[in-house]
Ligand binder design. Structure first.
Ligand SMILES: [Cu+2]
Length: 201
């Protein structure tokens, strides 16, 4: 009899863990240019809770922004505040990465091919990244107070998975412009949400 109770309790406990793990959903969609329908492949999308910074969920590995073929890759990088970004030089020439942006001023100095340097981003905001040697090299790091973010791919599609159920503010960032929408994330399944950005943005 005792054994049976133990297995019932264990069963309930496992059911609990299992159903808790399911209280999350995915949001996915496509971003196009309003009126034209052309694909936006360089937008960032994230969801956040109003007045409630979600600062847990830092990745175990630092994010990366490479220098390759005299450009930054990716050129748009969303990260969670507190994250470190590595800047490996995968070119055959020297680079000198820096930023004058308010949330993070930094200067990694001049460094050679094959070398990498890094910076920690501890304030939210937009950080414009440049190279002191190559004026045409520019990139953007979005330092967010949420770990639930994505960038659009070459088809304009984005997917953010494992978002805990609740009401969120969805933000769409493109070329410096921001759009906001309220979204409801259910306990399971997938929310489809297509978005558009105005021309010239
Ligand atoms: Cu450079």
């Amino acid at each position: 009899m005792k054994k049976r109770w133990v297995s019932i309790c264990l069963g309930l406990w496992l059911l609990c863990i299992w159903s808790n793990g399911l209280q999350a959903a995915t949001i996915t969609g496509r971003v196009v240019e309003a009126g034209k329908g052309s694909v936006i492949d360089d937008a960032a999308i994230w969801v956040e809770k109003m007045g409630e910074p979600m600062t847990s969920g830092l990745p175990t590995k630092p994010a990366q922004m490479k220098q390759k073929n005299l450009s930054f890759s990716p050129s748009l990088l969303p990260i969670l505040v507190g994250a470190t970004v590595e800047f490996p030089n995968e070119d055959t020439v020297y680079h000198h990465i820096y930023s004058f942006s308010k949330p993070k001023r930094f200067d990694l100095g001049l460094y050679k091919p094959g070398e990498s340097r890094s910076a920690l981003f501890d304030k939210t905001g937009v950080v414009k990244v440049f190279c002191n040697i190559h004026d045409f090299m520019t990139a953007t790091i979005l330092v967010l107070s949420s770990p639930y973010f994505a960038t659009t791919n070459e088809k304009g599609n984005y997917t953010i998975a494992d978002i805990p159920a609740g009401t969120y503010r969805l933000q769409l960032w493109h070329a410096g412009g921001v759009q906001t929408k309220e979204v409801e994330i259910p306990a399971s399944g997938t929310v489809h949400l297509d978005l558009d950005v105005s021309a010239g943005k």
